[in-house]
Design a protein around this ligand. Structure first.
Ligand code: FUL
Length: 694
């Protein structure tokens, strides 16, 4: 009898507990991630590979008329690519299998424009196969980028091409094992070869039949996310420079979202669409030897890491594979610096042994206790009661502790909730606010100045529903120094500015590496001719050294003048060697910029940097260049072309050609984009024009 009663009461208790658990469990709020979005979320940091026809033609966008004969890597080794990614802490890779030029790096059954007609492995090679197998071997996820825009295909713009595109998609989704992400580029339509037509073809948003095209992915690879704003699961962050906004909602109403919404997400978005930051380790996406000295520095890469992964985004970092078919050594060197710095920054979690005290625990239940935020398990979380939309917790170190990183995560399976949070540090018997922020999302990492405190207060100021926090980590990351900035004015005055105050600068002008043993830079100097300046910043007390900064200057621009057209502001801004100033013009395309070098000089190339306002400043996409001895009679153009991906990636464009001697030069901006229309007047913004004058 007693046993029976005991059993009955145990049962009752179990029922009550179960009921309570049910009652206590927070319900999802707003759109939540799907199963495949949650799987993708775990991958977070992955490598992007742009390798194809452009690698061999030295372009970033091919026109589509390139010959498959050109594709011939001499030592391709996809296992090297995957090993590098794995060593760097990446969990997956995305391969560009067909870029806008239409060349397929797998032997597609639907075209002759592929590796099968290249000399590489006598036409028997398949890069997609080699890379997907290497991924399997090393345990990394594999995904692909397939450009919808195809400048090679004769039917591009017609329904036949869409069938071709779908067939290729099926091929890729069927023959290469598990796929984690399918990347569809938004760059679509324009001029191209198109089977010999050499014309401009535009398409509208319905052209690719996205609902049915996406259905192919859903059916063949249900766990793969699609990177696309047209019905996809993951959204582009809106730039190719490597940053997400401070405020970043993983929600979007895709149909009605404007550019700003794409960057920041939408607080009341109707669909879960977390962001991916895609950025290249070099200025452009494909390998170009002339960029070997422009691989991003450690400090830039770290900024990218904190501005993507630290701001509720994934990071898809592009590495360039050179003509050998190997990731270039320069890329590996910088990537490894990044990976070591990440390891060092997150080496010891100061939160581990601290006590966590909170003002509210949901239903006073152990299941939602505050210590869930530092139990190392992202599936447990601290939750407040349903009525609570602001709450705080104290992380007690028990002794003064120095830190400079704060990492926090929401339990996103039940929705993104937090709208505002702050941090306070307790030191010398008072609380002081050290950060006031907006969204958290899956992961937010704050980079703070060095702070010493015995306690930290983390307060959620505003939340759409009761906050659910799964993880908090605190670190004391080592310092790194940034490279100094070297510039030369139009008049030939060289200046070097340290990025970190208090550091000393040492420099060279003979090409050798700068160090403490070389001259210290104490004041600006004049140098008129061609010169290479290298510099480092050194923090003498700690011995920390910055990366080497290098700037190669041609002849000074002291005698240069912009002759026409008359700009809206100071004409010197376009040639002052200072990229922080811009020169604006009014007009319509084509617009001719005529420069006078003041004397006849050999010119071997030019650089063009649009105003960073980009969208509002007007960007030139196609140009022609002419020279003249008198500024009146211009011969045939000595160089012409397109700045292919400049809209998404408005970096310095650098063009070289066989040197010609001349006194006057005309840069004809043939066409462009994003020129702010005021009435029917366009504005063009040039940050800098530079000619390689010897
Ligand atoms: C852009 C393309 O136009 C670039 O060439 C590059 O592939 C980048 C990832 O996406 O839209």
């Amino acid at each position: 009898m007693i046993t029976l009663l005991r059993n009955i009461s145990v049962c009752a208790l179990l029922i009550i507990t179960a009921a309570c658990h049910h009652e206590f469990s927070p319900t999802p709020f707003g759109p939540v991630p799907s199963e495949r979005q949650l799987l993708w979320n775990e991958i977070k940091f992955y490598g992007f590979f742009h390798f194809g026809m452009n690698t061999f033609t030295n372009k970033d966008w091919g026109l589509g008329d390139e010959s498959p004969e050109a594709f011939n890597p001499t030592a391709l080794d996809c296992r090297q690519w995957v090993r590098v990614c794995k060593d760097a802490g990446m969990k997956g890779v995305i391969l560009v299998v067909k870029h806008h030029d239409g060349f397929c790096i797998w032997p597609s059954a639907y075209t002759e424009h592929s590796v099968k007609n290249s000399p590489w492995k006598n036409g028997k090679g398949d890069v997609v196969k080699e890379l997907s197998e290497a991924c399997k071997e090393y345990g990394l996820k594999f995904g692909f980028y397939l450009s919808p825009w195809d400048r090679n295909h004769k039917d591009y713009g017609k329904p036949e091409y869409v069938e071709y595109f779908k067939n290729q998609l099926r091929e890729l989704l069927t023959n290469y094992g598990e796929i984690f992400e399918v990347w569809f580029d938004g760059a679509n339509g324009g001029n191209g070869y198109y089977g010999g037509a050499y014309e401009t073809r535009s398409i509208d948003s319905t052209y690719y039949d996205w609902p049915n095209t996406l259905e192919i992915v859903r059916k063949l690879q249900p766990d793969a996310v699609v990177f696309s704003l047209d019905g996809g699961d993951v959204r582009w962050i809106g730039n190719e420079t490597g940053w997400a906004d401070q405020t970043n909602w993983s929600l979007l109403s895709p149909g009605s979202a404007n550019f700003k919404d794409i960057t920041r997400g939408q607080e009341n978005g109707t669909k879960w669409m977390a962001s991916e930051v895609d950025v290249s380790i070099r200025p452009n996406w494909f390998y170009h030897g002339f960029e070997d000295n422009r691989v991003k520095s450690l400090s830039r890469l770290l900024n990218i890491y904190y501005n993507s992964i630290g701001k509720n985004s994934a990071l898809n970092l592009n590495l360039t594979v050179d003509k050998r078919g190997l990731i270039n050594e320069k890329d590996i060197e910088q990537l490894m610096k990044l990976s070591n710095a990440i390891k060092a920054d997150f080496s010891f979690n100061l939160c581990k042994n601290s006590k966590i005290i909170t003002t509210n625990v949901r239903g006073n239940s152990k299941r939602f206790r505050a210590s869930n935020v530092n139990d190392g398990d992202e599936n447990t979380y601290w939750a407040a009661d349903d009525s609570i939309t602001s709450a705080s917790m104290i992380i007690d170190f028990n002794k003064p502790t120095k830190f400079n990183r704060f990492l926090v995560q929401e339990y996103i399976a039940l929705g993104q909730r937090v709208q505002a949070f702050s941090l306070e540090a307790f030191n010398e018997s008072r609380w002081r606010e050290i950060a006031s922020e907006t969204t958290i999302g899956d992961k937010r990492i704050l980079r703070l100045p060095d702070i010493t405190a015995s306690k930290i207060k983390f307060s959620i100021k505003k939340s759409k529903a009761c906050p659910l926090i799964s993880n908090i980590e605190i670190y004391d990351a080592p310092k790194i120094l940034e490279a100094p900035v070297i510039s030369r004015s139009k008049e030939g005055i060289v200046n070097i500015v340290p990025a970190d105050p208090g550091t000393k600068i040492y420099y060279t002008t003979d090409g050798s590496d700068p160090s403490e043993k070389k001259p210290e830079f104490t004041k600006m100097f004049y140098f008129d001719g061609p010169i290479t300046v290298k510099a480092v910043a050194i923090d003498l007390p700690s011995g920390l050294i910055s990366p080497v900064a290098e700037n190669v200057f041609a002849c000074s621009k002291a005698k240069w003048k912009l002759i026409s057209p008359a700009p809206i502001n100071d004409a010197n801004n376009i040639i002052d060697g200072d990229i922080s100033t811009s020169c604006f013009f009014k007009g319509t395309f084509p617009i001719d910029l005529v420069f006078d070098f003041g004397e006849v000089r050999p010119v071997g190339g030019f650089r063009y940097l649009p105003d960073p306002g980009g969208g509002s400043g007007g960007i030139v996409t196609n140009y022609e260049l002419y020279v003249s001895d008198d500024g009146k009679n211009w011969g045939r153009s000595i160089s012409s072309g397109e700045f292919s991906n400049i809209q998404n990636n408005p970096v310095m464009q650098e063009i070289s050609f066989t040197p010609v001697s001349s006194r006057f030069i005309k840069f004809k901006a043939v066409s462009g984009i994003n020129c702010l229309l005021a009435g029917n007047i366009n504005y063009f913004g040039f940050s800098e024009m530079d000619f390689m004058v010897k």
